[in-house]
Design a protein around this ligand. Sequence first.
Ligand SMILES: [Fe+2]
Ligand SMILES: [Fe+2]
Length: 271
Amino acid sequence: MTLQFIHISDTHLLAPDQVKDFTGIQPELALYAEQVLSLPYHTYTAAEMLVRQINGLPVHVDFVLHTGDIAGESDIDYARMAQLFQQINYPVIYVPGNHDRGADISSLTQSPSSPLDQHEINGVQLVCLDSTHADIPDAGWLDDDQLNQLEMICRSDDDRPLIVAVHHHPLPIGVQWLDDLRLGNGEVLHSILMQARHRLCGVFHGHIHHSIDMMKDGILYSSVASAAYQFTGWPGHRQTSLDMAADPGFNVVTITHDQTFVRHHRYRLLP
Ligand SMILES: [Fe+2]
Ligand SMILES: [Fe+2]
């Protein structure tokens, strides 16, 4: 085995004593907001359960990858998230989501972060992209700087295995409500990644609150369930809502010299 990591996403953590203020929210998101407030548990409780689940795994992993929508929109949420996730037995690498726009993600890692963030772990290159955009409320967009940097990475003479992480789903999943909020220039990203297809082990993303694997032109796009709450929505559906019956989850990703394994794990949050 070359590398093993846990893929988590969409913890949407609110501090225990906070109730998010949804006044002024766009009308089309009002139903969603109302449903989040009526969850039978708090997202902080869900995050605590996630930490226990990760620390209780019977296998060792090299790191945890969080693909965004980490917390709410207040600094207090991020401070509490940092405190809580410090209890995880492994280092956590964070990618910003649309709900983290403007948040200081580097405060979670105590290190400066740049829009395109690079790591090397066990000889594997990990590239984290920032798909949040100030002018596009909840959908994603990769700016030219990141696309140019990524193009150089993908064209370079490099034989290290490559992993890419981004919050928004680059390609449509067939549920219109979610696809309207996807990465607007996902096809451009895909065409750049094609240049590194021979060493690309997968693109890992969140945002859709679904656990889906998709292949296009030999490139794996893998998403993970939310650690807080799931969405309904099947291919062909126009609308979605919260899926109160679906359990939270995370994926365990194993990279070997010639294969990528994604094990989708779900666990009960409510008795
Ligand atoms: Fe989310
Ligand atoms: Fe999101």
